[in-house]
Design a protein around this ligand. Structure first.
Ligand code: PEP
Length: 249
C-alpha cells in the first residue's frame, strides 16, 4: 500500500459512560501503537470534550454525524462549525444506522459530506450493502450509487476516507471474509478510477468495518486494498483496539 498511510478508527456508537470512557482513554493513552498508522476515535458527541482534553494528541477525534449545512436554528443537531470548535478533525457520515434506522438517503449524506469538507473537516464516508442486496447480487450497484452521491457533492477527495461496511457484518459477529472484503475494495477503487481519477483511486484510503476484532484483523489487513479498519464493538476494549491498530501496518 505504498501510496496510502493506513488508518484505524474506533467508532463507539452510543456506548459508554463517563466512567467507562475514562478507562478507555487511559488504556489508549498507555497502549503501544505503531507510528505509521493514523488512529482516530469517534465517541458520542457528549463525550468528545472529555476525550479531547485527556486523550493523547497522537489520536485524532471524529464525530459520528454532523448537520448538513451551516449551523443555525436546527434544534438537536450538531453543526460542523461546533465540531471544529471542539477539536474534531473528522466526521463519520453515511453509517448504516443513519441510513437504515434514521432514514438518511444517499443525496442527503452526500450533501453532508460536501459541507463538512468545505469547512475543512475530513469525512469517513461509509458505504455498504444490506444482506438482501448482497444475496440479490446487488452489492456493487448499491456501493456505486452510494459512491456516486458522494462524488456528486464533494469539492475534492483529498480529505475523504471510504469505509466499506457491509450492513450484515456490523455488530453481528459475522465478519466479511478477507476475499469478500477485498473484492468490494477493489471494485470501489476501480469505480474511483473510472469516475473520479486514477490519482484519487490510488491515494484514497478504503477501510473495512463490520465485526473486526483482535482475532480476525490480521488476515483482513493482509489484503492489498484494505487500508485499515472502522471498529465498533472491539474498540470498547483498549488493548484489543491497539492489537487491531498494530495489525494494519
Ligand atoms: C460499526 O458500528 O460501524 C461497526 C463496524 O461495529 P462492529 O465492529 O461492532 O461490527
Amino acid at each position: 500500500k505504498p501510496l496510502r498511510r493506513v488508518l484505524a478508527m474506533a467508532g463507539t456508537g452510543q456506548n459508554g459512560t463517563k466512567e467507562s470512557i475514562t478507562k478507555l482513554i487511559s488504556d489508549l493513552n498507555s497502549a503501544k501503537m505503531e507510528s505509521d498508522v493514523d488512529v482516530v476515535v469517534a465517541p458520542p458527541f457528549i463525550y468528545i470534550d472529555q476525550v479531547k482534553s485527556s486523550l493523547t494528541d497522537r489520536i485524532e477525534i471524529s464525530a459520528q454525524n454532523s448537520w448538513v449545512s451551516k449551523g443555525g436554528a436546527f434544534t438537536g443537531e450538531i453543526s460542523v462549525e461546533q465540531l471544529k470548535d471542539i477539536g474534531c478533525k473528522w466526521v463519520i457520515l453515511g453509517h448504516s444506522e443513519r441510513r437504515h434506522v434514521i432514514g438518511e438517503d444517499n443525496q442527503f449524506i452526500g450533501k453532508k459530506a460536501g459541507y463538512a469538507l468545505s469547512q475543512g473537516v475530513g469525512v469517513i464516508a461509509c458505504i455498504g450493502e444490506l444482506l438482501e442486496e448482497r444475496e440479490a447480487g446487488k452489492t456493487f450497484d448499491v456501493c456505486y450509487q452510494q459512491l456516486k452521491a458522494y462524488a456528486d457533492a464533494v469539492p475534492s477527495w483529498d480529505n475523504i476516507v471510504i469505509a466499506y461496511e457491509p450492513v450484515w457484518a456490523i455488530g453481528t459477529g459475522v465478519v466479511a471474509t478477507p476475499a469478500q472484503a477485498q473484492e468490494v475494495h477493489v471494485a470501489v477503487r476501480d469505480w474511483l478510477k473510472n469516475n473520479v481519477s486514477a490519482e484519487v483511486a490510488s491515494k484514497t484510503r478504503i477501510i473495512y468495518g463490520g465485526s473486526v476484532n483482535g482475532g480476525n484483523c490480521a488476515e483482513l489487513a493482509k489484503q492489498k486494498d484494505i487500508d485499515g479498519f472502522l471498529v465498533g464493538g472491539a474498540s470498547l476494549k483498549g488493548p484489543e483496539f491497539a492489537t487491531i491498530v498494530n495489525s494494519v501496518t
